[in-house]
Design a protein around this ligand. Structure first.
Ligand code: FES
Length: 356
């Protein structure tokens, strides 16, 4: 790194932050605890540079050190290390030209020639005070090389001609537009996208779930039925909509107990099983699929039936815990339970919604 000295004469003897900067100073200082205020040194120097016409005078550095109660030398060390801090006067528009390899390979040397021609030597300030320039290391916009930073903005994808135009406009007070100076948006390909252009990539159609060979199926596969291997499973095809969603697994065999007797009755004779505490819409549908429709059936369940249903519906101990049998007996006899009264009054949302 080149030795960086600050200009002791050009900065005069004093510096003061602008009144409107105080709010920003407070913001940065408030980010750090009272005994770690020096952590705000870089943003403070940055604000001082902005309030000092784009460069850091020695009194400006002292002001920052005083405010943060730091030794002056510590602030000088930071200011002279980071090239974002300028240590001598600059023009109203200061050009930082990236000369690092990607920009150099893309023509940065020719841009330097333009700066020399339009402005002068490095850090020379034009007579009208409007322009100055310097060469810096990579500014992180290599994909849009070659590029320059002018004050706070990047100007990218430059040619000698476009840079000369920009400098000419700045000299004459004409508005300029930062960003890529070619036909591209940010870092997108010049002239528009050249890959990933298929609409199906963006319309969601490729997000459909493909059928996987090991998805569980409700019916035995041919291989399972015959012992012969399946044909090769389809890949990357849309999943067929299931014909009907069932709430119980038809292939599941209860391990213990005895399956309750299944009946077929007129739907008009179905009881509202949701009047039993513990049976919501899902469990009622599952019981119906097992051929259980009435309080009387549940009231007649044996302990073996209870075991079977609990095992089959995967909620061990629940029927006994919630006392379905006693509730069913009361309701089958035309009586009411505290819970059935609340259901009848519409006070149990879970007996109305699709919940259990
Ligand atoms: S090399 Fe120029 S921006 Fe990175």
């Amino acid at each position: 790194m080149a030795l960086r000295r600050f200009d002791l004469e050009a900065g005069g003897d004093t510096f003061a932050f602008k009144p409107e900067t105080e709010e920003k100073i407070a913001f940065w200082r408030n980010k750090y605890p009272a005994d770690k205020q020096r952590s705000a040194v870089i943003p403070m120097l940055w604000l001082a540079q902005k309030d000092n016409a784009g460069w850091l005078s020695e009194p400006a550095m002292r002001e920052v050190a005083d405010r943060l109660e730091m030794p002056y030398i510590r602030v000088y060390e930071v200011a002279t290390f980071y090239t974002m801090f300028r240590l001598q006067p600059v023009g109203k528009y200061h050009v930082q030209l990236c000369g690092t390899t990607p920009c150099q390979l893309r023509g940065a040397d020719k841009l330097k020639d333009v700066c020399k021609q339009e402005i002068g030597d490095i850090m020379y300030v034009t007579d009208d005070g409007r322009l100055s320039w310097e060469e810096v290391e990579c500014l992180g916009a290599c994909v849009n090389a070659p590029m320059v930073q002018i004050n706070d903005d990047y100007y990218e994808d430059l040619t000698p001609e476009t840079l000369a135009q920009i400098l000419g406009k700045l000299k004459n007070g004409v508005e300029v537009h930062p960003g890529p100076q070619v036909d591209r948006v940010n870092s997108a390909p010049q002239g528009g996208a050249t890959s990933l252009t298929e609409p199906s990539l963006f319309d969601g159609s490729r997000n459909a779930i493909a059928t996987l060979p090991n998805l569980p199926s409700a019916t035995p596969t041919e291989a399972e039925a015959t012992g012969k291997p399946d044909a090769a499973p389809p890949t990357n095809t849309k999943r067929e909509e299931p014909a009907k969603t069932t709430l119980i697994d038809a292939n599941k065999k209860a391990a213990t107990g005895a399956r309750p007797e299944s009946v077929t009755i007129d739907p008009a004779s179905y009881d509202d099983l949701k009047r039993i505490k513990g049976i919501g819409p899902k469990n009622e549908s599952a019981l119906n699929e097992l051929g259980v429709y009435t309080f009387k059936q549940i009231a007649a369940w044996t302990p073996e039936n209870v075991d079977w249903v609990e095992d089959f519906m995967s909620f061990p101990g629940r029927i006994e815990r919630e006392d379905w049998i006693a509730q069913a007996k009361t309701l089958a006899d035309g009586g009411e339970t505290e819970f059935s009264k609340r259901v009848d009054a519409g006070d149990v949302p879970s007996s109305q919604d699709d919940e259990d």
